[in-house]
Design a protein around this ligand. Structure first.
Ligand SMILES: NC(=O)c1ccc[n+]([C@@H]2O[C@H](COP(=O)([O-])OP(=O)(O)OC[C@H]3O[C@@H](n4cnc5c(N)ncnc54)[C@H](O)[C@@H]3O)[C@@H](O)[C@H]2O)c1
Length: 434
């Protein structure tokens, strides 16, 4: 007779490469996992799998600068979990990138990919560099050397990078070319977020904002909020915030306030979003837009609105401003915009928060479509892409909503429950090797 399995959760010490006093973003992720563990049933015996990235690569990225000196940068690629498929996650170029941050972002990718049920694990990469200090030629050398250094880990069926903060279609084109040169064959499927002429997908640029809009509409329906005439405030009017703002305005909502790094603007009657997008494209930000009044940046959080979309940076909604928020619905376009304390304050106030791990998953969903199209070298129309994106986002959101109702938990915890169960179920079915 087989021995019955011990389903209790064993406690493990932190890996020696982590410092318990300085866990950084990884510490927030660990708290989120602890929060869902009681809901995992017998799968909880595998939970330690989620608390340790599968594989971490730290690389030195040396390049010759244009002035002839040699500069060294710290680069990372972390594969958090590969139980459900190859790694998938962006590459961030930022001076504040740390291993803890890349680890946490890789883990959030595992959760996000499982939440929308695309067949990927979670991964993330980064270089600790301020790309604005580099010339275009230096940036290209940096990207190519980094791609070569992490070349052993990435590949169309191993781990597929994509753009993140300060990386874009051009960087993806250089990564694809470098990988292809190193392997001796054009390999478009090694990265997503490529330019359309190089195997990129139609609809990818707008995908994250469209996903934000889609889950927002679903949540509004379920909570009895009419989009027609709803007041929307958006922080960050770049790719995600600009697209989401436009889609909400097209659906009859009024975008009443927008904040970005150049200023905060307000118009209680609703801004002309198309004119604002044109202004941002021309001037690099919303500052100086004439169809609105200027506003103090702190006042943005207390603005009279029904829907608030943080779509800029992490850590924006904090214990200091969460209490002022008047919105009924917060849709997280950015990754990690709400601190855990602020999350609890919003929850106590009855504000419905649609968490990043589901709300901004539209980008990775269309990245998945791009990868599928690259494999088959057969490209879909934009309408097909948008229709498939909307269906996936609606189904994923409905599943998360049902779990939140069943367990009376926040949508963030519900998303983690759905995703962690999928990941750990895959782990259990595959079994431990050897
Ligand atoms: N682009 C995607 O597909 C995607 C997918 C998932 C998540 N995200 C997340 O969404 C967020 C925005 O990404 P994006 O692609 O739209 O970037 P982007 O560079 O196109 O836009 C960023 C916006 O944030 C604003 N901003 C920067 N600093 C600010 C500050 N201090 N205060 C207020 N606004 C500030 C900028 O002015 C800009 O409007 C990031 O957190 C990113 O990780 C993006």
């Amino acid at each position: 007779m087989s021995k019955s399995k011990d389903t209790s959760v064993a406690s493990h010490p932190l890996p020696s490469y982590l410092n318990a006093d300085h866990l950084g973003p990884w510490g927030i992720y660990l708290q989120q996992v602890d929060r869902v563990t009681p809901y995992l049933g017998s799968l909880a015996r595998w939970v330690e799998t989620l608390k340790r990235p599968k594989r971490i690569l730290v690389v030195d990225v040396p390049i010759e600068l244009d002035n002839g000196t040699i500069a060294h940068y710290e680069g990372y690629r972390v594969q958090h979990n590969l139980s459900r498929g190859p790694g998938k996650g962006g590459v961030r170029f930022h001076q504040d990138v740390t291993l803890s941050e890349v680890m946490a972002l890789s883990a959030w990718m595992s959760i996000k990919n499982a939440a929308v049920n695309v067949p990927y694990g979670g991964a993330k990469g980064g270089i600790r560099v301020d790309p604005r200090t580099l010339s275009r030629a230096e940036l290209e050398r940096l990207t190519r050397r980094y791609t070569s250094e992490i070349g052993m880990m990435i590949g169309p069926s191993k781990d597929i990078p994509a753009p993140d903060v300060n990386t874009n279609g051009q960087i993806m084109a250089w990564m694809m070319d470098t990988y292809s040169m190193n392997t001796g064959a054009t390999s478009t499927g090694v990265v997503t977020g490529k330019p359309v002429d190089l195997g990129g997908s139609l609809g990818r640029v707008e995908a994250t904002g469209r996903g934000v809009f889609t889950v927002g509409i679903e949540a509004a329906k379920l909570s009895g909020l009419s989009i027609q005439g709803a007041k929307v405030a958006v922080q960050g009017f770049g790719n995600v915030g600009g697209t989401a703002g436009k889609l909400f305005a097209d659906a009859g909502a009024h975008v009443v306030a927008v904040q970005d790094h150049t200023g905060t603007i307000h118009n209680a009657k609703g801004l002309d979003v198309n004119a604002l997008l044109e202004h941002v494209a021309k001037h690099g930000g919303v500052g100086g837009f004439t169809g609105a009044e200027k506003m103090e940046s702190d006042a943005f959080w207390g603005v009279d609105c029904d829907i608030l979309i943080p779509a800029a940076l992490e850590g924006q909604i904090t214990k200091d401003n969460a209490g002022k928020i008047k919105a009924k619905l917060v849709i997280e376009g950015a990754n990690g915009p709400t601190t855990p304390e602020a999350d609890d304050i919003l929850n106590d106030k009855g504000v419905l928060v649609l968490p990043d791990v589901i709300a901004n998953a539209g980008g990775v969903t269309v990245s998945y479509f791009e990868w599928v199209q690259d494999f088959s070298s057969f490209f879909w129309t934009e309408d097909e892409i948008n229709a498939r994106l909307v269906r996936i986002m609606q189904e994923a959101f409905a599943g998360v909503w049902a779990v939140a109702q069943e367990h009376k938990v926040s949508l963030r915890t519900a998303t983690f429950i759905v995703a962690c169960k999928r990941i750990l179920h895959a782990r259990e079915m595959r079994g431990l090797y050897p």
